[in-house]
Design a binder for this molecule. Sequence first.
Ligand SMILES: [Zn+2]
Length: 300
Amino acid sequence: MKLLGIDIGGTAIKVGLANEHGEISLFKEYASESKKGGEYMIQKVMRIITEMNTVDAIGISTAGQVNHQDGSILYANDNIPGYTGMPLKELLEDRFGVPVMVENDVNAAAMGEYYFGNTHRRDDFLFLTYGTGIGGALFLNGRLYHGNDGIAGEFGHLITHPSGALCNCGRYGCYEAYASTTALINKAKLVDKSYDNGRIIFEGYQQGDVSLQQLIVDWIYEVALGLTSLIHIFNPPSIIIGGGIMEQDVLVKQVSFQVKQMIMDSFSNVQIQKASLGNKAGVLGAIALHLAREVRRSML
Ligand SMILES: [Zn+2]
């Protein structure tokens, strides 16, 4: 059986092939040219699938909000013009005649961590990615929890500072306005304009730039603040945190330490872990959408 996983993002389209045991035989990356629009990008995705010859099922991880039932794009921002409303599943099933499943990229990455990562197939965990914003996914009772409209897990818009800073969503005081990588970069650029990405900021911090130290300590506090509320709501055994900046073990350790200071003692069994799949999470997650279906079918 050939399962094709495709991760559609604002900058890249990543593709992987696996068998029914989840053994990966190919991984490729293409520029998504998303500014040319959703229609152009989908034509490109179709050309890529055609290159793969025949496949038995296709899983898609994509940017934007997804209706996971009909596999259409509920909403995508201007990074991919004209993508909102795209009936992705229908288009691909009509063209290739195989089952297609579609998930948003954060949900797919959580699914990837479950099957391929170091969650040890733990049936309950929360997953958060820190980048331009903060994405979230709920993995409960061994499956993704979607909510009424398929968009549960918008942890980035937890309000951590009532009447605080303006968020991209148009509301005030959201978690991601304080704890995303972008929020950290915006503060670091006031110290030195060259601090314009997470990696450079972290290098500066390690090389002993004292002006960055308080910024990082404050940012870790903001990250922990949102996690504290989530832990008190869900009492999860594990929280997995990802996104480029969280590749740094020392940051994950400091976040975990800070969280333990802030939560009620009775919640202290929670483990904060680093995401383990890096930039392959979306592709592996897209493949895992079909692996999950196979597992559920075998349980019937
Ligand atoms: Zn917001």
